[in-house]
Every structure is written in structure tokens, then in C-alpha cells.
Design a protein around this ligand. Structure first.
Ligand SMILES: NC(=O)c1ccc[n+]([C@@H]2O[C@H](COP(=O)([O-])OP(=O)(O)OC[C@H]3O[C@@H](n4cnc5c(N)ncnc54)[C@H](OP(=O)(O)O)[C@@H]3O)[C@@H](O)[C@H]2O)c1
Length: 180
């Protein structure tokens, strides 16, 4: 069975970025080292189109699947770059066909949410960086509530178990590992 691993860095107030084009230049060097080491053990990176656009160069040597609504069916742009609209295909069958066993989910919020909703996050690595943005993009992006709706029945509660806590540096970047 393929293993799906989501990897994210968040602020103290739970944000992954200030806005759509905000690069991950605010995360600690220890987190970047951890992420690179983990990615090198994965067969493929799955990433949303907005995040991909902020990280084309660093991802160019890795196998990448980019989520985009514009991909009616899987579109191969190069040997290691595939565009996919997960709503238009059987995503799990595609992964099996491509032979990937260890899958890194790199976000952003819309992409993390699709995997969460489809029960496809086996592990979640979360680095909490000691910084607050105040506003920005939350880790997950549930569908908006309709006027008068008090709870989102389609999204939640997704339960995880904390299996590891690691302090990464003196300023207090903390790496948490959760399992489904
Ligand atoms: N701190 C962190 O760990 C971290 C991690 C990742 C990203 N980020 C930041 O997050 C920001 C981007 O977040 P975002 O919420 O915009 O998310 P995103 O998932 O990177 O991009 C959203 C876009 O990806 C495509 N997409 C995502 N889910 C899809 C689905 N289920 N079906 C079809 N297409 C799908 C769509 O592309 P089309 O518009 O082409 O249809 C959508 O507009 C960036 O600033 C990035 O730097 C931070």
C-alpha cells in the first residue's frame, strides 16, 4: 500500500503563508534540512499549482504531480512532471500505475485538504515555527459555510495521534509527527 505523508510548516497562529505567492522563506534552516532529507526518501511530491509556482526550481529534480483544475486528464509536461485534476481521475489507481510507494504531500492548503477529505493522509509532519503572521492561509481550507450554517458537516473531525515531538533549534522550532 502506498504511504501518504503530508509535510507542512506553520506559524504559532496556524498559518502556512501570508498569501498565495508567499514563499516558504520564513521557515528555519533546521526545518528545511529535515524536509529535504524526508523528500529524498519519497518517490514523488504532490503539490498544488499555486505552491508549485513558488518552488519550480527547487522541485525541478524531483518527481512531481501538480494538482490543477486545468488538467482535464493527466498531462505530462516532462519526464518527472505530471499535471493532474484529482476530481477527473481515479487518483489511487494512477499512483498504483506509476508505482509510487512513498508519497510526499507538500500542500498548500487546498491540496492538503483534498488529501484529508479523501482519507489519504497516513502521516503528518508539522513544524511549528515561533512566528505569528496575524493573517494568512490556514493549514487546511475547508469549503465555505453557507449563510446560517453553524458547523461544516462535510469537513471534520479528522483524528490523528501524536507519535513524536522534536525541538529543532534554540529558537524553538518544533517538529510534530502525527499518524492516522
Ligand atoms: N508553510 C508550508 O509548509 C507551505 C506548504 C505549502 C504551501 N505553502 C504556501 O501556501 C500558499 C498556496 O496555498 P493554496 O491554498 O493556494 O494551495 P495550493 O494547493 O498550493 O494551490 C491551489 C491550486 O492548486 C490546484 N488544486 C489544489 N487542490 C486541487 C484539487 N483538489 N483539484 C484540482 N486542483 C487543485 C488548483 O490549481 P488551478 O488554479 O491551476 O486549478 C488550485 O487553485 C503558497 O503561498 C505557498 O507558499 C506553505
Amino acid at each position: 500500500m502506498p504511504k501518504y505523508i503530508a509535510i507542512a510548516a506553520i506559524t504559532i497562529d496556524g498559518k502556512i503563508a501570508k498569501g498565495l505567492n508567499h514563499m516558504s522563506d520564513w521557515t528555519s534552516k533546521e526545518d528545511k534540512l529535515f524536509m529535504r532529507a524526508l523528500l529524498s526518501k519519497c518517490d514523488v511530491v504532490i503539490i498544488g499549482n499555486n505552491t508549485y509556482k513558488t518552488a519550480i526550481k527547487p522541485l525541478s529534480k524531483r518527481n512531481c504531480i501538480v494538482f490543477s483544475k486545468s488538467a482535464g486528464r493527466p498531462v505530462r509536461k516532462s519526464a518527472n512532471l505530471l499535471y493532474v485534476n484529482p476530481k477527473k481521475i481515479n487518483f489511487k489507481s494512477l499512483i498504483t500505475k506509476l508505482g509510487y510507494k512513498k508519497i510526499a504531500i507538500l500542500g498548500g492548503a487546498q491540496t492538503y485538504s483534498w488529501f484529508l477529505e479523501n482519507n489519504l493522509i497516513d502521516e503528518l509532519y508539522l513544524t511549528i515555527e515561533p512566528i505569528i503572521f496575524g493573517t494568512g492561509i490556514n493549514l487546511f481550507a475547508p469549503p465555505r459555510l453557507a449563510p446560517g450554517e453553524t458547523g461544516n458537516k462535510k469537513f471534520g473531525d479528522f483524528k490523528f495521534k501524536l507519535v513524536e515531538i522534536k525541538k529543532l533549534n534554540k529558537t524553538g522550532s518544533v517538529l510534530l509527527r502525527y499518524k492516522k
